[in-house]
Design a protein around this ligand. Structure first.
Ligand SMILES: CC(C)(COP(=O)(O)OP(=O)(O)OC[C@H]1O[C@@H](n2cnc3c(N)ncnc32)[C@H](O)[C@@H]1OP(=O)(O)O)[C@@H](O)C(=O)NCCC(=O)NCCS
Length: 190
């Protein structure tokens, strides 16, 4: 598959652009913390070189039919404060929304703000029919982001996730279809 760069997305306070190697220092700042990666399904980063290798892997996702990963930057100072992506993508069908924000910036609505535009991109530009967002059941912040977005709660996928350490976890599942999304657009609630 040919390499395509993700289109830049601009929101009120954020600029989303495809993650690049130079984001490694800002990413390492939060990805090295012990309580971030494990709740999102990945191991804490052990060095900036490891972070660089993760970014390289993200940028190579297109080889596997995936679109890649957005770095979330603050407009005011260009600080990279997290990532957001539509992963586990099946072309013209569905994908899963995933996000991580540096804890220094939690609770400011950034995950919500970025998600709104990434979901819009998924339906408008990628022609998706369904976008899912799943988290471990005790991840109340992610649950809240899904609720704020107005995604439909679909229940618990019991033993739905095998973590890198071999432990198995239940998943809290939310989703939105293209019809639900365009209804919301028509009602100007998206
Ligand atoms: C999930 C995550 C991306 C949210 O980022 P964020 O930018 O803080 O999200 P937002 O500010 O848009 O929304 C968070 C909401 O959770 C609420 N919240 C925070 N702590 C909470 C708690 N302990 N219980 C319930 N709600 C909580 C916030 O108040 C906010 O809701 P509000 O706007 O109604 O006040 C961030 O917590 C994170 O990176 N977590 C680690 C990685 C992760 O879990 N990724 C998702 C894996 S599926």
């Amino acid at each position: 598959m040919a390499r395509e760069t993700l289109p830049v997305i601009v929101t009120n306070r954020l600029i989303l652009r495809e993650i690049e190697e130079k984001d490694c220092f800002d990413m390492f700042e939060y990805a090295s913390l012990p309580y971030i990666g494990p709740v999102a399904g990945w191991q804490p980063h052990t060095s900036t070189n490891y972070t660089k290798s993760v970014i390289k892997m993200y940028r190579n996702k297109y080889q596997f039919g995936q679109i890649g990963v957005y770095a979330v930057h603050l407009k005011e100072n260009d600080k990279m404060i997290g990532t957001i992506e539509l992963h586990t993508l099946t072309k013209n069908f569905k994908a899963e929304l995933g996000y991580t924000i540096n804890p220094k910036y939690w609770g400011c609505g950034y995950a919500y703000e970025a998600s709104r535009e990434v979901v819009r991109f998924g339906f408008d530009d990628l022609n998706l029919k369904r976008i899912e967002c799943c988290s471990f059941i005790d991840n109340l912040q992610s649950k809240r982001v899904c609720e704020k977005l107005g995604l439909t709660y679909e229940g618990i996928r019991k033993k739905g996730y095998l973590l890198y350490d071999g432990t198995i976890h239940d998943l809290l599942c939310y989703a939105i279809t293209d019809e639900e999304f365009y209804d919301r657009v028509r009602l100007e609630t998206w």
